[in-house]
Design a protein around this ligand. Sequence first.
Ligand code: BES
Ligand code: ZN
Ligand code: ZN
Length: 492
Amino acid sequence: MKIEFVAKKLKDIKADLELIVVVDKNFDHDLVKEYKTVLKDAGFSAEQDEAILLPESKKLFVGSESLRAKDIRPAVATALRSILGKNYKTIKLASYLSHTKCTATLRALAEAIVLGTYEYTRYKSKKENSKLEKVFISSQEYNAKEIDKDVAKRAIDKGIEVAQSVNLTRDIVNTPPDDFYPKIMARVAKDIAKNEDLEIKVLNRSEIAEQKMNALLAVAKASTHAPRVIHVSYKPKNPKAVVSLIGKGLTYDSGGLSLKPSDFMVTMKADKSGGSAVLGIMQAVSRLKLPIEVHGFIGAVENMIGGNAYKPDDVLIAKNGKTIEVRNTDAEGRLVLADVLCYAQQEVDANYIIDMATLTGACVVGLGHYTTGVMGNNQKIIDKMLYAANTASGEMAAQLPFNRYLNKTLKSSIADICNISNTRYGGAITAGLFLSNFIEEKNRQKWLHLDIAGPAFVEHEWGENPHGASGAGVRAVTRFIEKLSTSKGEHY
Ligand code: BES
Ligand code: ZN
Ligand code: ZN
C-alpha cells in the first residue's frame, strides 16, 4: 500500500473514495455541509472514531475530537479499517494541520494509514488481503492553511518510515513460537542489519557462558532451543549521543516450573515484544538517519519446563557476580535482562540505557492495556520519555515511582536478592527495582525501564492497533531518540 502527497486540490485527484475527518459536529464545514442531512438522518454524530460510509457519494466520514495528532491518528486508522474488506483500491483525503507550520498531524496521518491497515495473514491459507493500494494526501488543507510541499512530504515520509518499523516489530511478535525461537530472532536481526547496513554480533550458548550470563542461561536450560544474545549497532559519524536499548526477547514464556495457568499462557509468544521493539527501533533510527549512535541488545530465550529446568529454590550467579534466589521461575524476564543489562554496560559506554520488556502482569493491572510503565532513577529523563510518548508518538506512558521500602521487599535470606518480592503489591515497581540492582553505580542516572506488558499485545483493537502485536515502544522510543538529536541540554 502506497501513500502519495499530491500538490492538487481534492476535486482534482481521482480516487475510488474520499475520506473526510469531521471535527465540527454541526457539519457546517465546507467538505461536510452538503451531506449534513444524510449524515444526521443516518444517526452519525461524529463521535471520536465513529465512521460512516456513503457508498453512493463515495465518501467515508469519521469523527475526531480535534485536529490534533492524538485524535486524527486513531480516527483515520479506524475509518480505513472499516473499509478494508471492501473493493476500494484508492482513497484520497485532505491534509490536516492543527497549527500553521506544525506538521505533527500530517505525520500522524501517514502513521494512521500504515498502522491502521496492517494485517497479519501469514498463516491464512485463503489470503483475504485488503484491496487498498494507494492513499492520496492532497495539499488542500482542511482549514485552507498553507502547506509547504517539501516540509509536508518530509513529515509524511517520517511517519511512513516509523510506522513500517512498527509493522516490522508486529510481524516478528505475531509469529508463533514454534516458528520463532532464539536462533530465528538472531537470523531476523541479521537480515535487518544487512538491509540497514548495521553492525551485528550474535553470541551462542557457549559464548554466553563465557560471558558468565548464568541467570539468562538458567532460564534457557529446559528449552530445546538454545538462547542467543544479539547486539546490533547503528553508528553514524559524529553522533550527538549514544543510546543502548536492551530488549526482553522471551520467544515463549510458559512460566517454567512455576507454570502459568493455561489461559495465561495464550499470547505468551508476545513475551518477545521488548526485543522485537528494539529491532524495529534499530530500523527506524537508521531509516531516519538520526545523528545518534544506537546499540540494540536482545536476550532471546525460551522459558520451558523439563527435567533439566531451573527451579524455585535455585541460586543463580548473575554476570555481575550478584547471587539471585529464584522463588518463581515465571519471573524470568528480569533474570534475562539482568545479565543483558550487565553485558550492554560492559560493551558500550552509553549516555542513555533503556530497557524494554513485557515484564509484569502487575503493570497491566496498574495502568491498563494501553499504557507503558516508565521507571528509573532520574526524573529528568523519565519526564523526557513521558513527553516523547504522550505528546507526539501516539503511544501512552505513565511513571511508576520507585521507593526504598519496596526495594527492601526483594531481600533474600540466603542470596543477595530474590527474583520476586515478598509482597503481592507493587509488582511492576519491584520488578523495575530488581533490574536497578544490575545497573552500575555510574549509570544509575542514565537508565530507564519501560514495562510494555499492557500495550504490547492487543486483544480488542483500539486506535491504530488491530488485533495482535502493537509494536509498543517503537514509536515512543524512536521519538525520544529523535528529540535527543535536537536537544540543547547536556547528555548524561
Ligand atoms: N511475561 C510475564 C509478564 C506478562 C504478563 C506479560 C501478562 C504480558 C501479559 C512475566 O514473565 C511474568 O510472568 N511475570 C510474573 C511475575 C511474578 C511471578 C512476580 C507476573 O507478572 O505474574
Ligand atoms: Zn514469566
Ligand atoms: Zn515473561
